[in-house]
Design a protein around this ligand. Sequence first.
Ligand code: URA
Ligand code: CA
Length: 434
Amino acid sequence: MRVLDVITKKRDGLVLTDLEIKYLIHAYTNDEIPDYQMAAWLMAVFFKGMTVEETASLTMAMATSGNMIDLSAVSGIKVDKHSTGGVADTTTLVLAPLVAAAGVPVAKMSGRGLGFTGGTIDKLDAIAGFKTALKPDEFIHNLQRHNVAIIGQSADIAPADGKIYALRDVTATIESIPLIASSIMSKKIAAGADKILLDVKVGNGAFMKSMEDAVMLAETMVHIGQLVGRETRAVLSSMDEPLGQAIGNSLEVEEAIAILDGRGEQALRHVCLFLGAQMLNMAGLESDVKVGYENLNTLIKNKAALHKFKEFINAQGGNVDVVDNPKALPQAKIETKVICSEEGYIQKIDAAKLGYCAMRLGAGREYKGQEIDLSAGIILEKRVGDHIEKGQTLCTIYANNEAKIKEVQSLLVDAIKIDTKQVPKTNLILGVVD
Ligand code: URA
Ligand code: CA
């Protein structure tokens, strides 16, 4: 087989065979194909697309390019949850202990944040001592014992995706539905869960800006799951305004604790309960998702989920004290309130801009490997649809550097639109694809 023929075929809009795709991915992972040929192929895919069968072949070729985790030693149906990424998307920190408390094993592999989106592994770093680099046997052991374990993605999980993603990043080929779908699904399949729940974010703070693209991505991933024998379901949820009130690592851990303790804002709680109910349903624990939702709500009210969070932190070596005393999390030296200068209703909170501001404060990375400030971030006081008075606090900035606070203050005011017109609250759950 010749690489040139595979590139030519895709350039001409023809359908590649499973064998051709396997060959290409295998050879590229083994450094037998140069970046320029892979880049040409990726650009051909960007313009000509792929059938769902081709996308499933690509997914499996990438999934099997490294270690495939075997979770068969853990009893029960393992359901993985994965978000396509957003701002103040604190769901994993809430869902993992919550669903584990309900009896479903949560085996989760998470990433670090990049750009304006956060990552669960960075958030867990805010808990002193917390270890996310568990060895495979520790991961399995924790799952067997505690029903929950979260690890960072290691280099030997879907290495082909790691190499291709880095190339896509510098060749303007990220925004392709077959490439995104196969990238996400390859990692989920290699991570070993039996079933996969995807939280596909839609809106200005997400990869998919339009509902049309989000549905297409969701349908593609669900279809890949069917073709490769891993039941997959996708929830479409809004990322037009930040999901939670906190953006930033320590601040998001603190918000997750509040939600698990039955406090905290309604929006994040609702999305967590909705996703959790889908997970219970997929695991075969509760056929009625409305009942599942209420059962999970009960585990919050009776503190079982909060207790599970402590158990989970302890099992991975973290400082459990943070749960009862969130001030034990890294704290910023400077706190500055942004005051509202007009009365009206919150029309729009631009999630992408808020994420950018948090990143500039130090909560996120502009480039891979950059050190971040775990204490930095923003707490929003209002949501879209809320009324606000002149002189009330719009949001609070947490940082360790005055210059950075100055820089983001006007950007924040600009990102939050206020007008006299009354507007409805954001509809958070936009659909389910299965
Ligand atoms: N997340 C991924 O893992 N891969 C993509 O291509 C896009 C988002
Ligand atoms: Ca008034």
